[in-house]
Design a protein around this ligand. Structure first.
Ligand code: SF4
Ligand code: SF4
Ligand code: FES
Length: 548
């Protein structure tokens, strides 16, 4: 039901059940927030969204207040503006004054609010809480001194990822966000998804940076630095720089990296094709052997999902696919079979992946991915770090002259782009499994994506007399709920489940540029779909078939 409320002497139509904040924002009123996250329940932790409502003595937090018929609201009275300003001043009083050196300088929500509220000097002085940074994890670093206790990371970790690796500890002015018993994050149940970094408004959470490592390797004469770039990272650079297609983005990234001293720059796409072909073989084998103990097969390309299974769901380990992620397929093959392509020995290759993901940093550090103490992937740059690296060398991607990625890894199928969003890999897997189970014929392959089934999606693919069920979920809570439902209902009609730990898949990865809400991820998905059209081959094996 719709009704009207009065805001700043203007009548607006609102929907019953809406919060005041969403109604105000729908009508273009600018209301500052810090703890609010769309699609999460409100906590009222920061009180920055306060407004004045007629008949209420206290200011009201608009993020948690439902609209009421006939309400009279003021969003910009002196009282409201003064209250918001004092709240930001109080937060700043316990915040380090190191904005110039802070990695979120220019992108920090607290800094932006201070500017917006015309705060020019520290108003409150007192003893600051003394807190130490935590660099123990291989992927995510924490600086509690910059934490403003908004609880966004805690809610993300608990409600979306079901991990609760971090939570509030202690009370009063000693309250902080920390891992259990204040041990380092490396001792926690963290699955390295980096989603907490994505939602943190300040630099209290950030990547374990590999930028300086890469710069160091570039400067060494006895190292050949080889980059390989994930299609999801290319979509993201395209989106951030508002470029048009891969014909503009990848060649310009290649040129920029060559300019700073890269020996080779490869496209990770072919390793994604290889990953899909290998995983489809495993699926076909399990189906042909009626291996029900390992069904439905669960994808294994997302390192956070694999870590989640190892930590919280060991009973599902037999169902996991057995192949490594494309990053490691590529890194290993580069340092074994393909060292010759770089024209040097494997020991002299310094391999750097550019990924949308921080969990790939953790994956690269695992002993199983290391030989004689050297990882197959020496450094992992998130998209954020790629921008930092190029900025440090004064390079601007749009200004670069095009340069082709190095051969032979420059002709992936469109599946490499599909891989970047939830459901894309499931489709390519269905095609490859269909081909294997149907004597190489694919003419009648149909993969129909159902509409309006947000969160959990599934479809059937008919192979001869059999129906195969494929499903895809993203976000650990969605994945867990779906697996639980299959178990409860004792269903055995689903044979493969693609799981990505980040909502929407790698387009929403923890290593993507910081964005509020899902709009940027949606945009990256659109770009990936656009880029699929530029590929000569639709699915990985089409490429091989055309060579025969
Ligand atoms: S990286 Fe993921 S699992 Fe780890 S603390 Fe952050 S949100 Fe939780
Ligand atoms: S670490 Fe960041 S997201 Fe988490 S409570 Fe502190 S400021 Fe908020
Ligand atoms: S945004 Fe409403 S209380 Fe924080």
């Amino acid at each position: 039901m719709e009704f009207q409320i009065e805001v700043n002497n203007r009548m607006i139509r609102v929907e019953e059940g809406q919060t005041l904040l969403s109604a105000l924002r729908d009508h273009g009123f600018r209301i500052p927030t810090l703890c609010h996250m769309n699609r999460f329940s409100p906590t009222g932790a920061c009180r920055l969204c306060v407004v004045e409502v007629d008949g209420r003595r206290d200011l009201v937090t608009s993020c948690s207040c439902p609209v009421e018929n006939g309400m009279k609201v003021r969003t910009n009275s002196q009282r409201v503006i003064r209250a918001r300003k004092s709240l930001v001043e109080l937060l700043l009083s316990n915040h380090p004054d190191d904005c110039l050196y802070c990695q979120r300088n220019g992108h920090c929500e607290l800094q932006l609010l201070a500017e917006e509220m015309n705060i020019k000097e520290r108003k409150y002085f007192g003893q600051k809480n003394r807190q130490f940074p935590d660099y123990s994890s291989t992927s995510v670093a924490r600086d509690p001194a910059k934490c403003i206790l908004c609880s966004r990371c805690v809610r993300m970790c608990e409600e979306v990822q079901l991990v609760t690796a971090i939570d509030f500890i202690s009370r009063g002015n000693r309250t902080s966000v920390n891992s259990a018993f204040s041990k380092g994050l490396n001792m926690s149940t963290c699955i390295h998804c980096g989603q907490c970094i994505q939602v943190c408004p300040t630099a209290a959470l950030f990547d374990i940076s590999h930028v300086e490592k890469v710069q160091g390797a570039i400067e060494r004469k006895d190292r050949q630095v080889v980059f390989f770039i994930s299609p999801a990272a290319i979509s993201s650079v395209t989106e951030q720089l508002k470029l048009k297609s891969k014909h503009q983005t990848m060649p310009r990234i290649v040129a920029a990296l060559k300019r700073i001293g890269a020996a080779k720059v490869f496209d990770l796409g072919p390793a994604i094709d290889a990953n899909i072909i290998e995983e489809a073989k495993q699926l076909a084998d399990r189906l042909q052997n009626n291996d029900s103990a390992s069904m439905p097969m669960l994808s294994s390309c997302c390192p956070s999902w694999v870590k989640y299974i190892e930590t919280f769901r060991p009973e599902s380990l037999p169902a996991l696919a057995q192949n490594p992620s494309p990053q490691h397929t590529f890194g290993r093959s580069l340092k074994s079979n393909h060292a010759g392509l770089v024209g040097t020995d494997r020991e002299k290759i310094y391999s750097v992946s550019v990924m949308p993901c921080v969990a790939n940093k953790y994956e690269a550090s695992l002993e199983k991915n290391t030989r004689k103490g050297v990882s197959d992937v020496d450094a992992v740059l998130t998209v954020r770090e790629l921008f930092q690296l190029l900025k440090a060398y004064g390079l601007d991607i749009p200004q670069m002259e095009d340069e082709k990625p190095d051969e032979p890894f420059n002709n992936a199928s469109s599946a490499a782009w599909k891989y970047s969003y939830s459901g894309g890999k499931a489709e390519a897997m269905a095609y490859e499994a269909y081909r294997l189970l149907n004597n190489g014929k694919t003419d009648n392959f149909r993969f129909i994506v159902p509409k309006n089934t947000a969160g959990k999606r599934e479809t059937r693919v008919t192979v001869g007399k059999h129906q195969l069920g494929f499903a895809w979920v993203s976000g650990i809570a969605e994945a867990e709920a779906y697996l639980h439902q299959l178990e409860e209902e004792k269903r055995n009609d689903i044979h493969y489940i693609e799981v990505m730990a980040c909502s929407g898949g790698c387009v929403g990865g923890g290593g993507q540029p910081i964005s509020r809400g899902f709009e940027n991820a949606r945009q990256r998905k659109k770009i990936s779909i656009d880029m699929e059209k530029c590929c000569r081959y639709k699915y990985p094996s089409d490429h091989k078939a055309s060579e025969k």
